[in-house]
Ligand binder design. Sequence first.
Ligand SMILES: Cc1cc2nc3c(=O)[nH]c(=O)nc-3n(C[C@H](O)[C@H](O)[C@H](O)COP(=O)(O)OP(=O)(O)OC[C@H]3O[C@@H](n4cnc5c(N)ncnc54)[C@H](O)[C@@H]3O)c2cc1C
Length: 394
Amino acid sequence: MSRVQLAIVGGGLVGASLALALQAGARARGWRIVLVEPFAPGNAWQPSYDARSSAISYGSRQIFERLGLWSALAERAEAITQIQVSDKGRFGATRLSAVDEGVPALGYVLENAWMGHCLWRALDPAVVEWRCPAEVTRMEPLGDGYRLHLGDDSSLDCDLAVLADGGRSGLREQLGIAVRHTPYEQCALIANVSPADPHGGQAFERFTEQGPLALLPLPDERCALVWTRPPVDAERLQALPDCEFLGELQQAFGYRLGSLRQVGARHVYPLALVEATEQVRPHLVVLGNAAHSLHPVAGQGFNLSLRDALALAESLLQDAAGPGDFAVLQRYLQRQRQDQALTVGFSDGVTRLFGRGESLLVAGRTLGLLGLDLLPPAKRWFARQAMGLGTRSL
Ligand SMILES: Cc1cc2nc3c(=O)[nH]c(=O)nc-3n(C[C@H](O)[C@H](O)[C@H](O)COP(=O)(O)OP(=O)(O)OC[C@H]3O[C@@H](n4cnc5c(N)ncnc54)[C@H](O)[C@@H]3O)c2cc1C
């Protein structure tokens, strides 16, 4: 059995980002970090037509720049220069543009596998030890930390355990941390598609009676589709032959990018807003999707968790107290509480406002979209929120 200062349970995008944010400070302090993850991202990276992607905000780019990862990520990042938000069958659309906002890009689209690969390569094994493939099966609170029991019957003691094992965290449940679970009764269907026309860096968010549809620009003239539909319909669309699927998508999206020519593997995710009722305990932090899992339509989940990870790393490194100190962890949460509430509220509000067909809401959202074009401060607020630049007021 060994003891380390920090153990991160889950080496997904959030757990690995936290390890990177801590790396330099941990090296200076002589801290040891262990990252436990069942699936190795691997050292080789192959571009794939079917890779899943995330829209990351301009604010997240700034965080990755600080962490020294942006130049590597940028090799395969597609800049979003314009976002077009529209409502199918109704008058009213708004365009957010990087030029108007005075930024090089509103955001970027990155393949998750590429981000994982870049994070994996950036971690220094002398500071961050990967236990991979390995799985934490049980977490036992000690007076001065946690004991992690691993699937191979070994165990590991740590001053601070960070639970970053994703939205379906079984360990969170095992620790008795309750969640607020609000199902949206919708599923997200994800696929990559190739349109006939170049996307020119445009992202599209289109709201339909059945739910919102987002098409994001990817390298190699592909687009990442996130199509929210009622569960039965999402399963039906997933099972359709490619040409029929593309026909239905074309009908919902229109011809803004010409005809849609090719589609890759389709994946369906059930959607819910899941929030842990506790994020910190002495010697424990719940992070990433294990802390809050959002509707993907507003593209905020990873962006928010990256801000959380940076804030947690800074809080731990700024304080002379040890990493598990409860007061330090409470200060971290206090620092992020407003950002979390605003971002969760923004994603949930956008989803509910645009995901329904009731006439009052329909009128309201059309006015809302028009209003965004008519009222520059509202549009600016929306753009800054989407860019993850920590908007506090109009
Ligand atoms: C369809 C869809 C589209 C999205 N699009 C966007 C977007 O455009 N922009 C955005 O910001 N966000 C987006 N998100 C949200 C984003 O994907 C998540 O916020 C992010 O992936 C959360 O990362 P995580 O590391 O917390 O969890 P995960 O990615 O789930 O990683 C958890 C890790 O923990 C590991 N693990 C699990 N159990 C154990 C265990 N017992 N022991 C050790 N390790 C364990 C898993 O193997 C996994 O690697 C989207 C989400 C969905 C579903």
